[in-house]
Design a protein around this ligand. Structure first.
Ligand code: C2E
Ligand code: MG
Ligand code: MG
Ligand code: MG
Length: 279
């Protein structure tokens, strides 16, 4: 019998894999249902000008309200990409965020918007029209919208991705490279994509001031941004020393729990209504 012949292990693997596939499919079905039921929501994290401490933009971050809990994107963006749901979900995110920020701007709040994109979205048919539609319907000016992509956008189908991103730029929207510094070919990508913003990966900020190499690299990225005329945003600022170090290095913008955590739209409205930031 299989077990006595050492096949037992294989059966366990097969059962485990089966359970995982079923779990994945169930999750994907739940995600589809959640989109239909309106169970996704957006939080907004302020991006500040480090010199003036003014909030200049917000980054939209998606959450899934499942029962009483708020599920973080790490748990569902991957599965949403695999199932293709990221395309309609991404469109919902874009439209929701554009509408919200357009309302804030109409209330005389001079603020910009950043939205994360997944590669699958960018390469999907009619993506450029989707962005154009979200802008048109919300009335948000294209120049106020930054689309964040990570370097992996150039791995799957670099020619097509560059083509799409150029078409997006022609709409007038801006592009940011997210998690900059993690990919091995970051500098080459900068030239190819002609981005407006680089967002320094939090792993650099974490060791800022304590690790000499990381500190030097961070300083180099900031100077590179200055030389190229590209906006630099430091991500993951959690401690006052990090903020001070970044300021002393001339880093233009920052984002992180020290400045403000991601919050629901109402939280942002309270902030602008006078609560202010602790800087
Ligand atoms: P990201 O685009 O790099 O977003 C920044 C992440 O860092 C957010 O996590 C934010 O909550 C977190 N963060 C901000 N400041 C700090 C800090 O000081 N310390 C720490 N430890 N974390 C900080 P979140 O919301 O869980 O999102 C994780 C990732 O999921 C995002 O990374 C992005 O790649 C993806 N994601 C989020 N929302 C969307 C979306 O609407 N569409 C797509 N395609 N991806 C999204
Ligand atoms: Mg981002
Ligand atoms: Mg990202
Ligand atoms: Mg990032």
């Amino acid at each position: 019998r299989a077990k006595e012949q050492g096949g037992g292990r294989m059966e366990i693997y097969a059962a485990d894999m089966h359970a995982r596939v079923v779990g994945r499919l169930e999750l994907q079905a739940q995600l589809r249902q959640a989109l239909a039921d309106g169970d996704f929501t957006l939080e907004y994290q302020p991006v500040v000008d480090l010199e003036s401490s003014q909030v200049t933009a917000v980054e939209a971050l998606v959450r899934w309200r499942r029962g009483g809990e708020s599920v973080m994107p790490e748990e569902f963006i991957g599965p949403a990409e695999e199932s293709g749901l990221i395309v309609p979900l991404g469109e919902w995110i874009l439209r929701e965020a554009c509408e919200k920020v357009a309302v804030w701007r109409a209330a005389d709040w001079d603020i910009e918007l950043s939205v994360n994109l997944s590669v699958k979205q960018i390469l999907s048919p009619r993506f450029v029209e989707t962005v154009a539609g979200a802008l048109e319907d919300s009335g948000l000016p294209a120049r106020v919208l930054t689309l964040e992509v990570d370097e992996e956008v150039l791995l799957e189908d670099p020619g097509e991705a560059v083509e799409r991103l150029s078409a997006l730029r022609r709409l007038g929207v801006r592009l940011a490279i997210d998690d900059f510094g993690m990919g091995y070919a970051s500098l080459a990508h900068l030239r190819e994509l002609r981005v407006d913003t680089i967002k320094i990966d939090p792993s650099f900020i974490r060791d800022l001031g304590t690790d000499g190499t990381v500190t030097l690299l961070t300083h180099t990225i900031i100077r590179l941004g200055q030389d190229l005329g590209v906006q630099v945003v430091a991500e993951g600022i959690e401690r006052p020393e990090q903020l001070e170090k970044l300021r002393s290095m001339g880093c233009g913008h920052g984002q992180g729990f020290l400045v403000a955590r991601p919050m629901a739209a109402e939280g942002m409205e309270a902030l602008v209504g006078g609560a202010g930031l602790p800087l």
